[in-house]
Design a protein around this ligand. Structure first.
Ligand code: 8X3
Length: 243
């Protein structure tokens, strides 16, 4: 029997990689997209998937990527991230541009391009990994929180626009997950990044992949609209208990 196809963006590491692995274990043929093709190919080989280079900030890269995806049942919009942690007064426009291009326009490009194929599958599903930053605005985080709010609004708009179509729409909003997220936010500063998770047990990428797999394996009449998950020790983006 043909395996249904799941497309996962940002699949070379972290939540994207864990989700690709988990969906393959659930019986999907996974098309993995990310910029780092060498990493991606290794993962794809292990899970019997297909690696395709993808830079969601580039319309032509997205077009080339989509041309390599004949059909799709599930799309996981996972590509995204943060750059910097500064006040509005000191905002870095290049950081903002990167965050909006990746999180917002990247999600738009891939979702828009794949929607006809998701509808045609007869049981499509768009999962978008946003963040608790999509519902909280915290000091120094405005570039990221504003991009995540916008990405979330774009995603949630689909819920109404797709009424009557065979496509489910799930937003997953993680809090602290220990991945490359903070290393990237702090431009490679591993010490500063590890301080984010010090004194508590953060979520892992597998914890988030579990939730995504749960959402996409419900019966097709069941739509999980929004799933917020945080470590037990984290009450909000700015309140955590550390030992
Ligand atoms: C990552 C969570 O709290 O750093 O999306 O914004 S947070």
């Amino acid at each position: 029997m043909n395996r249904p196809t799941a497309v996962v963006t940002g699949a070379s590491a972290g939540i994207g990689e864990a989700t690709a692995r988990r969906l393959a274990a659930e019986g999907f043929h996974v098309v993995l997209g990310a910029r780092r093709l060498d990493l991606l190919q290794g993962i794809a080989d292990e899970i019997g998937g297909t690696a395709v280079e993808l830079d969601v900030t580039s319309a032509s890269s997205v077009a080339d990527f989509l041309a390599a995806v004949p059909a799709a049942r599930v799309l996981v919009n996972n590509a995204g991230g943060a750059r910097g942690l500064t006040t509005v007064a000191e905002a870095d426009e290049d950081h903002w541009r990167w965050m909006w291009e990746t999180n917002v326009l990247g999600t738009l490009r891939v979702t828009k391009g794949l929607l006809p194929r998701l509808i045609a599958s007869g049981d499509g599903h768009v999962v978008t990994v946003t963040s608790i930053a999509a519902v909280e605005a915290y000091d120094n985080g405005s570039g990221y929180t504003s991009a995540k709010h916008a990405q979330s609004a774009l995603h949630r708009t689909l819920r109404g626009e797709l009424l009557g179509q065979p496509v489910r729409v799930t937003e997953v909003l993680p809090g602290m997950v220990e991945t490359d997220f903070s290393v990237n936010r702090f431009d490679g500063d591993a010490e500063r990044a590890s301080a984010v998770y010090r004194g508590l047990t953060p979520l892992t990428a597998d914890d988030v992949a579990d939730v995504i797999a749960f959402a996409v394996t419900r019966p097709s009449h069941v739509n999980l609209d929004q799933i917020v998950l945080k470590p037990r020790a984290q009450a909000s983006a700015t309140r955590a208990h550390r030992s």
